[in-house]
Design a protein around this ligand. Structure first.
Ligand SMILES: [Zn+2]
Length: 457
């Protein structure tokens, strides 16, 4: 009787045990996984300035995170930056922390860390049952440099006589290589170029004063090193105020009827409606759009000087409109608009050959809205010349040109009343007075002497 009872018990027990073994086996299979947490640190090249922020992402897809610890090691000391424990979500739960990103602030001076090499160490564990329930260890060490000293800027050029609407040049030396450096003029930033001519720490920065920036405009050299330390240095300069001409442009129906069809596809909308409304779209919105295009085209420049000596002016030409002429547009006896003319208009014979003003590389050749058929030449170090309203052009983007090469012919394309060349000089994103660049004396005294280090007043 007894043995029969036992037998019945065993009959129940066997499948139960089998099931239990399957469950335990499956659980062990899941809980004994051996994949350690993943650790990522950004930025890739780490150097820590006065106030550094390091992004640390820790993830564990299988068991979830149980612990994260970040410390910085320097001279056999470990200084904790961060420590966090995560509770186990329970044996059967799938939830838990699979990924977490920390932004860790490191302020070396507050932590008592001197400048020099250091190691950032990140340790993480997961909720795996391996290692006697301590979890899989993830580990990452990253070599860093603590650098809380801003770069030193030494201005080498001596005299900075500037004109409102003109170009300036400053030559300077940095004590360390920098991620960003240049000259700030008001709100505008003009990058400096290192290695001029062969010294990587010697920088030249061409900058511009807009036609609206007269005496009192703040100008300073700036440099930011890899650790984010910023230095800013002023230098002595003198800005000469300039007054610019005022001009009135009368708009006739005949002129508007003739030129508006050129822009119809660029301003959209119907080709009916008042002529003056359509003209204002061209003169305001298309003008602004074309300026933005020019800003994009001049954002990158060749890193060496491609030009030499004074820039060429269109031969045998007469000056019509001047740089920074303030123009009132009058239609049917009323002022309807105002704009500033940021180039010089030169008229020669119709379809006169246009020479490249100096050596460079064609940054753009094509149709550019109100400017019509236009060529933009990059002369390197942020200096560009621009030729507009051409009847044709003989160069392509990317082509190298020498001073005097015929690049096209004058015309009246775009917003032009008659055959002429609209010539502009551009320093990065700013139109400047071309007169300085045509002047051999200005080039010699204000540019070449600075570049050679032979300034004498
Ligand atoms: Zn013009």
């Amino acid at each position: 009787m007894k043995s029969k009872e036992k037998k019945i018990k065993w009959r129940w027990l066997t499948p139960f045990l089998a099931l239990l073994m399957i469950v335990v086996g499956a659980l062990l299979w899941v809980k004994m996984e051996g994949t350690p947490p993943r650790i990522e640190v950004a930025p890739e090249a780490l150097s820590l300035g006065i106030h550094a922020e390091v992004m640390i992402t820790v993830s564990d897809a299988k068991s979830g995170l149980s612990r994260v610890k970040v410390e910085i090691l320097k001279e056999n000391k470990a200084i904790p930056l961060l420590e966090e424990d995560f509770k186990s979500p329970g044996i059967f739960s799938k939830s838990g922390i699979r990924e977490k990103t920390y932004t860790v602030t490191v302020e070396p001076k507050k932590l008592g860390l001197a400048d020099g090499e250091a190691t950032l160490r990140v340790m993480a564990r997961d909720h795996s049952w391996r290692h006697w329930f301590h979890g899989n260890p993830g580990y990452l060490e990253k070599e860093t440099v603590i650098d809380t000293q801003p770069p030193q800027i030494v201005v080498l050029s001596k005299f900075h006589y500037l004109n409102q609407g003109g170009t300036g040049l400053v030559v300077y030396r940095l004590t360390e290589s920098c991620t960003k450096t240049g000259v700030r003029v008001g709100e505008h930033f003009f990058p400096g170029y290192g290695g001029q001519p062969d010294d990587p720490q010697r920088y030249v920065a061409f900058f511009a004063l807009k036609h609206t920036q007269g005496p009192g405009t703040p100008i300073a050299v700036e440099a930011v090193d890899g650790a984010g330390n910023t230095a800013r240095t002023g230098f002595s300069y003198h800005i000469k105020a300039r007054r610019f001409k005022k001009d009135v442009i009368g708009l006739s129906d005949g002129f508007l009827e003739r030129i508006l069809p050129r822009f119809q596809s660029q301003i959209g909308g119907a080709d009916t409606g008042p002529l003056i409304d359509r003209f204002l779209l061209v003169n305001r919105e298309l003008r602004e759009k074309n300026y933005q295009q020019m800003v994009q085209l001049t954002a990158e420049s060749e890193k060496t000087q491609l030009w030499d000596g004074p820039f060429l002016r269109l031969p045998n030409s007469e000056r019509r409109a001047g740089f920074a002429d303030h123009r009132d547009y009058v239609y049917q006896g009323k002022k309807v608009d105002e704009q500033v003319h940021l180039g010089i208009d030169l008229a020669a014979t119709a379809h006169a050959p246009v020479p490249a003003a100096n050596g460079g590389k064609v940054a753009f050749a094509g149709e550019l809205g109100i400017y019509g058929q236009t060529i933009l030449i990059d002369h390197g170090l942020g200096i560009f010349s621009m030729y507009s309203h051409l009847s044709d052009y003989a160069v392509q983007t990317g082509q190298e040109v020498e001073k005097g090469d015929i690049i096209g012919h004058t015309g009246d394309t775009g917003l032009a009343g008659g055959d002429h060349l609209h010539f502009s000089m551009v320093i990065h994103d700013t139109f400047v007075h071309p007169l300085e660049w045509w002047d051999p004396l200005w080039i010699e005294k204000r540019i070449t002497a600075k570049l050679m280090g032979t300034e004498n007043g």
